[in-house]
Structures are given as structure tokens and as C-alpha cells.
Design a protein around this ligand. Structure first.
Ligand code: 13P
Length: 249
């Protein structure tokens, strides 16, 4: 049985005190215990978040990391540093990192490798832009993203990978993919993994949907056979909304 996962990507939001406050609010929510819950605060608040969640089931992810273990990379953070402070997962390949910081799938391949070597789990994001969907190239785009960044991995490394399909046109726009569009893409993704690896690998990987998931649409999206949860932006900044999404399964 695949893990059901809901992860909150807090992006560049919340000070340290606000981070602790939101975590405390989340801890007061009745969260479905069948669902693995992650939150991803900003770098500077990761330590505080790890400490605030030690007595809870909420797990902490980072939003990015550098591909090198250490060295002269001013402003950057390594996988080992994240691991050392108790962070268990890292989000890699978010469309905002791709669009604003020039991250390519070749670079992401290196980041994924470095994260896994350091013992971090990876929430790998990918998805097509609006023009690509309109021109009906979205399946090719996704195939290319996954094969470049991930298909060199060994099958034994896949249990450390969570996939997050986030169509760029649905991120922060209020426009979600329909449940059918999400299911169609998720089934396609699983078929790619099956072709490249095997059934066990494809059936074991959790594939999250991200892009304008809200309490009002979570249940319908999560009900799709190949949707194993969500990566939530805006709605993860409100404890009640995030809890309602976690409980949307
Ligand atoms: P929204 O939920 O705000 O659309 O953001 C999705 C996202 O980018 C999660 O990583």
C-alpha cells in the first residue's frame, strides 16, 4: 500500500515566531493518522520547526539544497547540513526554482543524487507550463523531466523518492487541474516508471498533486486512483485549511 502524503510548501512565508505559532496550531488539529504530513518552512526556520515538532507526527522538509557537500558556495546549504539538524526530506525541482533560479533537470539530477547520498528523502517536483499543455506536449515534457533527473537512479533508491506533479498553470492561480486531468497524468507517470523499472517500483512510489489544492477540492483529487496526496502552497499557511486537506482522504 502506497503512503498517503500531504506536504505543505510554505515558500518564503512566516518568521520564526509565526512558524512556531502555525506549528502549534497544526498540532492542535485532529489530523488523519493514516496520512504522512510534512511541512517545509524556510531555511532559517527549519531548526525551530524540527524542535517544535519532535513530539508530533509532523515531519520537516527543506525547500531546496545545493548539490555539493560543502565548499565555496556563498549563500548555499548542503544536504548534510539539513540532515544534521533533523530535516528528513527536501523538496527539489519546484517550478519556482526552475523559473526564477534557472534550475534544470541536469542540475536536479545532481541535487537528487546528493540528497539521497546524505540520507534525505526527496519530494521531486515537475510539471508542464500552460503553453505546453495547450500545445499538447505535456506528456512529453513530463517524460523528459523525469527521465533526465531521476531515471539514472537505481530501483533500490526509489523508496526515498516522492513525486509531486505540479502543472505550472495551476500553481497559485486558483485554477486546479481537474481530477480527471490529474489522474490521467499520474497514471502516465506511473506507467513510465513501470516501463523503466518494474511494477514494484511504480506501484510503491507516492505521486502527489500540487496546484491550487484547497479544502473544497482536495477530496475529489485525492480520490483518484493514482493520486496519493498533495503538495500544498497557499492553503498550507492556515492550520484549519491544511488540516481539512489532510483529512480530505
Ligand atoms: P498553491 O497551492 O498555492 O497553488 O501552490 C502549489 C505549490 O506550488 C506547492 O509547492
Amino acid at each position: 500500500m502506497r503512503k498517503q502524503i500531504v506536504a505543505g510548501n510554505w515558500k518564503m512565508n512566516k518568521t520564526e515566531s509565526e512558524t512556531i505559532q502555525l506549528i502549534n496550531e497544526l498540532k492542535q488539529q485532529d489530523l488523519n493518522s493514516e496520512v504522512e504530513v510534512f511541512i517545509a518552512p524556510t531555511y532559517v526556520n527549519l531548526s525551530a520547526a524540527v524542535k517544535s515538532t519532535t513530539s508530533s507526527e509532523i515531519r520537516i522538509a527543506a525547500q531546496n539544497m545545493h548539490q555539493s557537500a560543502s565548499g565555496a558556495y556563498t549563500g548555499e546549504i548542503s544536504a548534510g547540513m539539513l540532515q544534521d539538524i533533523g530535516v528528513e526530506h527536501v523538496i527539489l525541482g519546484h517550478s519556482e526554482r526552475r523559473a526564477y533560479f534557472g534550475e534544470t533537470d541536469e542540475l536536479l539530477k545532481e541535487k537528487v543524487k546528493a540528497a539521497l547520498e546524505a540520507g534525505l528523502g526527496v519530494i521531486f517536483c515537475f510539471g508542464e507550463e500552460l503553453e505546453e499543455r495547450k500545445s499538447d506536449t505535456h506528456f512529453d515534457v513530463v517524460k523528459q523531466q523525469l527521465s533526465t533527473a531521476l531515471f539514472d537512479l537505481d530501483a533500490t533508491q526509489w523508496p526515498q523518492i516522492v513525486l509531486a506533479y505540479e502543472p505550472v498553470w495551476a500553481i497559485g492561480t486558483g485554477e486546479t487541474a481537474s481530477p480527471e486531468q490529474a489522474q490521467e497524468m499520474h497514471a502516465f507517470i506511473r506507467s513510465l516508471i513501470r516501463e523503466h523499472y518494474d511494477y514494484a517500483c511504480a506501484d510503491g512510489v507516492s505521486i502527489l498533486y500540487g496546484g491550487s489544492v484547497k479544502p473544497a477540492n482536495a477530496t475529489e483529487i485525492f480520490a483518484q486512483a493514482d493520486v496519493d496526496g498533495g503538495l500544498i502552497g497557499g492553503a498550507s499557511l492556515q492550520a484549519e485549511d491544511f488540516a481539512a486537506i489532510v483529512n480530505g482522504f
